[in-house]
Design a protein around this ligand. Structure first.
Ligand code: PLP
Length: 355
């Protein structure tokens, strides 16, 4: 079976019974293409490695509160955003949860062991990730929570602010928890976040990840923001010392890196538009992404499987869409990399179209 996440290229080759080429480019993952932004001195990190971490996750907790201009009590740190989703399972056990698809598969994966009943809605159009507002209005009152990935993975589309606000307004009437996953919002800009609004509501939780922008998937660091009582209700399920000292120390440094963030956003915006133009010239349908990845569909959709194989044989690993509801294998997600890798992708596609 193909892996349910990107960033597992070896597993893809194994699952498909294909020989892995000597060199490959993993377009299935979508962390920052720039080099790691800090100069690490392992000696300097020894004190945080050899001591137990701060029980509240300092210094990262204060850094997050200061970065967003919120109170520390409104923040819950996580061992990656993934831990926040795992914790949510405890408060949503045996409840009914509305999930907007296509989306990140971990929402359902973390809720399923808690016997959550899923109500799934599909967007009206994948390329623009158009939210089915009428359906949402009808279904929100019957759900204990709704999960929305904003900007969305795998399309990269940021749903309109007014529509998210509208969903929050509907949800408040029935105390339905609105979970907004902003794991990729760094790529667009803090002016679009709901973090500053979330603490004003009883039932809005915004989830963030340090993984993508700051190139640190191996360190595991993320956080959630909501009002203090919502945060407390989730925090009691976290294990003690769940935020490791190295991640906390480096995370606090990362939030100071204004220039790195700006440079990443600027470079990706240029590459994304170059890629969009290229794909559209190839006749593809391309999602309206504002992030460091996008999804596309071939002009000849029926050849999707053969195309995936063709690219894998050349060492070009795309993210398949077989486990994204509504996409069902007919779309591909591509993470944006530096120019030489993007050229290798373009050459692969040209070779495909010329065979
Ligand atoms: C949309 C989305 N949310 C959350 C996560 C989890 O992030 P983290 O690495 O912080 O656990 C991912 C990881 O791929 C993701 O794509």
């Amino acid at each position: 079976m193909l892996p349910n996440h990107g960033a597992n290229p070896q597993q893809v080759y194994e699952a498909m019974n294909l020989k892995e080429p000597d060199t490959l480019i993993d377009f299935s993952e979508n962390v920052n293409h720039l080099p790691f932004p800090l100069n690490l001195d392992i000696e300097k990190l020894l004190p945080v490695i050899t001591a137990y971490p701060h029980p509240d996750g300092e210094p990262f907790l204060s850094a997050v509160a200061a970065y967003h201009g919120i109170e520390k009590e409104e923040v819950l740190l996580g061992n990656g955003a993934a831990e926040i989703f795992a914790l949510l399972g405890n408060v949503l056990a045996n409840k009914r949860v509305l999930v907007v698809h296509p989306t990140f598969s971990e929402y359902e994966a973390t809720l399923a062991p808690h016997h959550v009943e899923f109500e799934r809605v599909l967007v009206e159009d994948i390329a623009t990730y158009q939210l089915p507002m009428k359906t949402l209005q009808k279904k929100i009152p019957y759900a204990s929570a709704i999960y929305l990935c904003t900007p969305n993975n795998p399309t990269g589309v940021l749903p309109p602010r007014e529509e998210i606000q509208q969903m929050i307004d509907w949800a408040q009437r029935t105390a339905t928890l609105v979970v907004l996953d902003e794991a990729f919002l760094d790529w667009i800009g803090e002016e679009h976040t709901f973090i500053t609004d979330a603490p004003n509501y009883d039932h809005v939780l915004v989830v963030r990840s340090m993984t993508k922008m700051y190139k640190m998937p191996g360190l595991r660091l993320g956080y959630a923001v909501g009002n203090a009582s919502l945060i407390r209700s989730l925090a009691r399920f976290a294990s003690h010392w769940h935020i490791n000292g190295v991640a906390s120390a480096l995370g606090a440094e990362m939030l100071k890196l204004h220039n790195y963030r700006e440079k990443s956003i600027r470079e990706v915006a240029v590459s994304r538009e170059t890629l969009r133009t290229f794909l559209e010239r190839q006749g593809c349908v391309v999602t309206n992404s504002q992030t460091n990845y996008m999804s596309f569909q071939l002009a000849e959709v029926e050849k999707s499987e053969a195309f995936y194989h063709f690219m894998l044989a050349r060492g070009l690993v795309l993210r398949h869409s077989k486990n994204f509801r509504g996409m069902d294998g007919s779309w591909f997600r591509i993470g944006i990399k530096a120019r030489p890798q993007m050229e290798a992708f373009e050459q692969g596609m040209i070779a495909w179209s010329q065979q």
